[in-house]
Ligand binder design. Structure first.
Ligand code: FAD
Length: 444
């Protein structure tokens, strides 16, 4: 038997169920990654994500090479490219770890059907979440809409499977299979190269991901609950892009973090939000387009104002915490969670701008942008999401700054000039305007 292992958002060799299942095939394995920008409904990657992908694929190819295997790169609709690779390799089986987005599931299901009809074996395995979304249900058998009972149900479920070891070696069967050159995909920005700050901040790849996890557990997890909301402190794990790209499995994080003696409940609860976002997307595949709370379909967003939105994107609003966050995002591809909430609230409430505008900007600029967590959190902040913050709770960016950056260290680092700028809007007026717009849909 020869197996094609199709890598997707799981760019790792440890705890990779598809790779582990194929590792002992006497006929060898063909490892393939398909850059699919063509299948219907698949959301094209943002700029920061393309940068990450380039480096993560480089790291994966090096890990596979150490085991004796080649990473084959193909570009095109996965439903066409994977069968081509199968034919070129003369393979008889295809394995992959599951994806949970609507369009991705359609692509995968169609491909599985087609391969099986052609007499090949095709199977999908769990690996991207702690619990498969359909295994966590309410008493009535439906999806959860509120986080706390969802997470309680996860904690009461059988614990996530133990992570699998990376294979010791692989027998490469990619011999005659054609591969693209990664550089030809032009995933890295060139004119201009805006990725300098990303490269200073991040080291994509599985080895760096595991190192980050260990450093966080050794040095920071005990203070996590107290410090996680303070953006000037490096208190959180910074694992989100590594989890996004599957360089590290959540099961690995879970089992390392639950070892005896670790004060990790608050941290695990955040992994729970990640699970909840994917659970929500699984049951609402149009999460990036449609308000979960349908009353918001009638919400009167302001006409898009390019000048105001541009000032928000560039971090030139005159509200220091907002500006610091937006500049951190542009420079590093990430933003502290507290500040993500403040900047998102400012856009949706003070600028009364449709959350989808902000979601798309984050999609393009975040290295951890994923199709569940990003729209899920935008909807949560905007007030139309699952278990959302009540709409009338509008963050005041100046009070948030006083509370969470009292010494101005975060603002001083990213936007020292902001306090001297003329604010682009007036807080009390925009707050009242947002509340009035909300009052018009409440009860509808
Ligand atoms: P930690 O505090 O160390 O948390 C551990 C892990 O839990 C994270 O790595 C992440 O995988 C998960 N997690 C934590 N908080 C959340 C959350 N609220 N929702 C989902 N998962 C969470 N996170 C993304 O991974 N991708 C996104 O595209 C994304 N977009 C966001 C957009 C907005 C408007 C907001 C308010 C939040 C968004 N988040 C997103 C959630 C959160 O801000 C990041 O996961 C977090 O800042 C990552 O830092 P960390 O790895 O140090 O997190």
């Amino acid at each position: 038997m020869t197996t094609v292992v199709w890598f997707r958002d799981d760019l790792r060799i440890a705890d990779h169920p598809a790779l582990a299942a194929a590792a002992d095939d006497p006929g060898g394995v063909v490892c393939v990654y398909v850059l699919d920008e063509a299948s219907a409904g698949i959301r094209p990657l943002g700029g920061a994500a393309r940068w990450w992908l380039h480096h993560s694929l480089t790291a994966l190819a090096a890990s596979l090479a150490e085991l004796g295997a080649t990473l084959v790169l193909r570009r095109g609709p996965a439903g066409e490219e994977v069968p081509r690779v199968v034919a070129e390799a003369g393979a008889d089986r295809v394995l992959w770890n599951r994806r949970y987005g609507g369009a991705e599931r359609e692509v995968d299901a169609a491909l599985k059907r087609e391969l099986r009809e052609a007499g090949l074996a095709a199977d999908s395995l769990p690996g991207g979440l702690l619990h498969e979304p359909w295994t966590i249900t309410t008493k009535e058998g439906g999806p959860y809409r509120v986080y706390s009972p969802f997470w309680r149900a996860c904690l009461a479920a059988p614990p996530p499977a133990r992570p699998l070891e990376a294979p010791d070696s692989l027998r490469d069967a990619a011999g005659e299979v054609r591969s693209d050159r990664l550089d030809d995909w032009e995933l890295l920005p060139t004119r201009p190269d805006w990725a300098g700050g990303l490269a200073e901040t991040w080291q994509p790849g599985e080895a760096a991901a595991l190192e980050r996890l260990e450093t966080f557990l050794d040095e920071r997890v005990d203070d996590y609950a107290d410090d996680r909301d303070v953006p000037a402190i490096d208190a959180t794990s910074n694992l989100s892009p590594h989890l996004r790209w599957g360089e590290l499995s959540p099961r690995t994080v879970w089992h390392r973090a639950t070892e005896p003696g670790r004060a990790s409940a608050a941290f695990l609860g955040e992994l729970g939000w990640r699970e909840f976002a994917w659970h929500t997307l699984f049951h609402a595949p149009d999460l990036a387009e449609r308000n979960l709370d349908r009353r918001f379909d009638a919400f009167e967003w302001a006409e898009p104002d390019a000048e105001l939105v541009g000032a928000w994107q560039r971090g030139e609003t005159g509200f220091p915490l907002v500006d610091a966050g937006m500049r951190e995002l542009w420079r590093t591809g990430a933003m502290h969670n507290r500040v993500r909430m403040v900047t998102a609230s400012f856009l949706t409430k003070n600028l009364l701008t449709d959350w989808r505008v902000g979601e798309r900007w984050f999609w393009d600029t975040l290295v951890d942008a994923d199709q569940a967590s990003n729209p899920f959190n935008w909807q949560w902040v905007a007030g139309c999401g699952a278990d959302a913050a009540p709409y009338f709770r509008i963050f005041n960016p100046l009070l948030q700054e006083k509370k969470f950056d009292p010494e101005g260290r975060y603002v001083g680092r990213w936007a020292p000039d902001s306090a001297g700028r003329m604010p682009i809007v007036e807080l009390p007026f925009t707050r009242e305007r947002a509340l009035a717009a909300y009052a018009r849909i409440r009860g509808s």
